[in-house]
Design a protein around this ligand. Structure first.
Ligand code: SAH
Ligand code: SF4
Ligand code: F3S
Length: 445
């Protein structure tokens, strides 16, 4: 047992997998007597759980480190650790770039965090960026009581796709899936602690192929099989997953969207571009046409499915025609929600230094045009909800008196008033109003 309570501040950048990892790091450090604090001024230890996906995200870490200097000067005992994808990508280099950093820990080594912190407290500056053979999750403490009815659950890590722009295959390593039995155990433990909805996470979550539990015949389980087994867990009401790759969207997963009511009708399925030339240059290994046909099959299984996507503009060689093809694909698919980015050259990726760099003004203009179209589609999707009945899983109090906020089946934020509402209540709601980012509704019955 730790003698005194120390305070830990974690700042999380990047994707949901980092959010999940930050929770697990907090749990690992909790077992060492560290309590979480939102206040950097109170902290004995600060962990930056970083993202390397675009230059801006990676550079933000260094400006944030600079901002920690006065805290370290005021409290020389304060230890600062860099975790996550920048740690994995830059390793030792981080120690050279910032004298404030006491330890560097890559995303596959969080179970070693207590040991690394102890070494840092003894004056060393440890760096741990191996991809160890053991499962880090086996060495992390059990999940504590959740204060929320929703939870992330990492089922798969890493990526074997090697899109020409992307650092993830280098920062997260090869695709690895956790055994289904361990995921089911973790889900049951979460449900016991009040969780009603899990979002299964993976850099390529639908590439999940894990060992089936031996008491259910073992074998290889895909994501559909895993989702169906999770749907049988009593008390677990909703299942989501993210992020998927079009090439891993197998028939049984599409079928599950049609006949497994606990699998929510929302799918994040990035396509990046609508131009076959650019898709080829990106090494996406699918065409615009094959993506559109895939969406048709998924919508045939689940017609009310809300689709979300990711887009990159300004990839090297992207012409006006290529961009027009992306706009055309967006019009054809019709997204309820989407994320879009300007191409950012990343060190060590194949696209770096390719011919045909798109000038920043052109990329900016394309991004604006694309986002205007996506916002228009999002508004139409939100407005289309008015008058419809949805189920809402309530999560927290709203800003107005007596108001609660939860998520619809389609992952939209819904504001509702009701005396009996509380976090974890799942209720039927009629949608009465819509804005770009949220809906308003009233309880039915
Ligand atoms: N595994 C997921 C998400 C990867 S990162 C997938 O395959 O979709 C999330 C998004 O960031 C990507 O979908 C892509 O749109 C964007 N992204 C990745 N690398 C980028 C880069 N170098 N420049 C700009 N956007 C990038
Ligand atoms: Fe990156 Fe492509 Fe892998 Fe997604 S599929 S993580 S974009 S390399
Ligand atoms: Fe960023 Fe790493 Fe996630 S690079 S998007 S935090 S996998």
């Amino acid at each position: 047992m730790a003698e005194t309570t120390k305070k830990l501040h974690i700042k999380t950048y990047g994707c949901q997998m980092n959010v999940y990892d930050s929770e697990r790091m907090a749990e690992a450090m909790g077992a060492q007597g560290y309590e979480l604090t939102d206040d950097v001024g109170q902290a004995d230890m600060v962990l930056l759980n970083t993202c390397h996906i675009r230059e801006k995200a990676a550079e933000k870490v260094y400006s944030d480190l600079g901002r920690l200097r006065p805290f370290k000067e005021a409290k020389p005992d304060l230890k600062i650790g860099v975790a996550g994808c920048v740690a994995q990508a830059e390793g030792e280099e981080i120690l050279n770039r910032s004298d404030l950093v006491d330890l560097v820990v890559g995303s596959q080594s969080y179970h070693k965090l207590p040991e690394l912190v102890a070494r840092a407290r003894n004056g060393a500056r440890p760096v741990e960026t191996e991809f160890p053979a053991e499962d880090k999750f086996d060495h992390l403490p059990a999940r504590p009581r959740s204060s929320r009815p929703t939870a992330f659950l990492t089922v798969q890590e890493g990526c074997d796709k090697f899109c020409a722009f992307c650092v993830v295959p280098y920062t997260r390593g090869a695709e690895v899936s956790r055994p289904a039995g361990k995921i089911l155990d973790e889900a049951r433990a979460l449900v016991e602690k009040g969780v009603k909805e899990v979002t299964l996470l993976g850099q390529n979550v639908n590439a999940y192929h894990g060992a089936g539990p031996s008491d259910q015949g073992g074998g290889d389980w895909g994501l559909a099989r895993l989702a169906r087994a999770l749907a049988k867990v009593d008390g677990l009401e909703r299942i989501r997953y993210t992020t998927s790759h079009p090439n891993d969207m197998e028939d049984d997963l599409i079928a599950a969207h049609g006949d497994e009511p606990k699998l929510m009708p929302y799918l994040h399925l990035p396509v990046q571009s609508g131009s076959d030339r650019i898709l080829k240059a990106m090494n996406r290994k699918h065409t615009a046409e094959s993506y559109i046909r895939l969406i048709e099959r998924i919508r045939a299984a689940r017609p009310d499915l809300v689709l979300s996507g990711d887009f990159i503009v300004g990839f090297p060689g992207e012409t006006d025609q290529d961009f027009a093809d992306t706009m055309a694909l967006i019009r054809e698919v019709n997204y309820g929600m989407a994320y879009s980015f300007k191409y950012s050259p990343r060190p060590g990726t194949p696209a770096v230094g390719r011919e045909g760099a798109v000038p920043a003004e052109i990329a900016d203009a394309r991004l604006q045009q694309l986002q205007a179209l996506l916002t228009e589609q999002q508004r139409a999707c939100q407005n289309g909800m008015i008058g419809r009945e949805v189920s809402v899983l309530f999560e927290k109090k709203g800003r107005l008196e007596g108001q609660w906020v939860g998520k619809s089946d389609y992952l939209q934020a819904v504001h509702v008033r009701g005396d009996a509402l509380a976090p974890g209540v799942l209720a039927r709601v009629r949608i009465t109003g819509a804005s770009t980012n949220s809906l308003a509704g009233e309880l039915i019955g």
